[in-house]
Design a binder for this molecule. Structure first.
Ligand code: GLN
Length: 205
């Protein structure tokens, strides 16, 4: 069975591993470039994007990951993972993968409101369904602008919070911290081309 890698340098990678395994999907922590050939998709978790970026560089993962993503490895970033996937990070020259054609602003929702939750509509147009999600935003970035090749799958306050560019998916919130596995299931089925058993597939709302 194909395995999904979760970048496990810093942040809440264990929550992603648990969610994938809860869907019946084989998953492994990824810490070394030598593990890349064994995976059919990659999740970059939330955490601290500057730390994860530095550790990626230190461990020689930056170039191999960039190359694997450019060659079509499906990737899903959440929060800090989204920051690392963005080409542009406002006011920052921090290390990043820079794979997705978008500009983000870190910690955009202000220091007083560091965390909040909001109901989101996840528009899975390909399958003609709209799912209701609970969005957990923790010192979240905001997507400020998007290139033409990006699709917005969910919005909050008039801004995109879940976007897709080909086989790359990015959320500014944390679906791994909720009971709904809809976004992970979407990543596995639609971007990685894997099939989940129907017992594990979230129902359409
Ligand atoms: N604010 C963090 C950063 O800039 C991201 C927060 C998160 O991943 N929950 O990296």
């Amino acid at each position: 069975m194909s395995s999904i890698g979760v970048l496990a340098l810093q942040g809440d990678f264990d929550k992603h591993l648990a969610m994938l395994r809860g869907l019946g999907q084989a998953a492994q922590a990824l810490r070394d470039a030598s593990e890349l050939p064994g995976i059919s998709g990659l999740i970059i978790p939330g955490g601290e994007s500057t730390t994860i970026g530095m550790l990626m560089e230190r461990r020689g993962l930056l170039e191999p990951l960039r190359a694997a993503i450019a060659a079509g490895l499906p990737v899903f970033g959440t929060c800090a993972g989204t920051i690392l996937l963005a080409k542009e990070i406002e006011g920052s020259d921090q290390i990043r993968l820079g794979s997705m054609d978008m500009r983000v602003l870190r910690n955009a929702y202000g220091s007083q409101v560091d965390s909040f939750e909001a109901r989101l509509d996840f528009n899975d147009a390909e399958h003609g369904k709209i799912l209701e999600l609970e969005g957990v935003f923790i010192r979240a970035p905001r997507i400020e602008s998007l290139g033409p090749g990006l699709k917005v799958l969910s919005e909050f306050d008039g801004r995109p919070v879940l976007v897709r560019q080909g086989k790359m998916l990015a959320a500014t919130f944390h679906p791994e911290l909720t009971s709904s596995s809809a976004v992970h299931a979407y990543f596995l089925e639609t971007l990685c081309g894997l099939s989940l058993s129907s017992a594990n597939t979230p129902p359409a709302s």
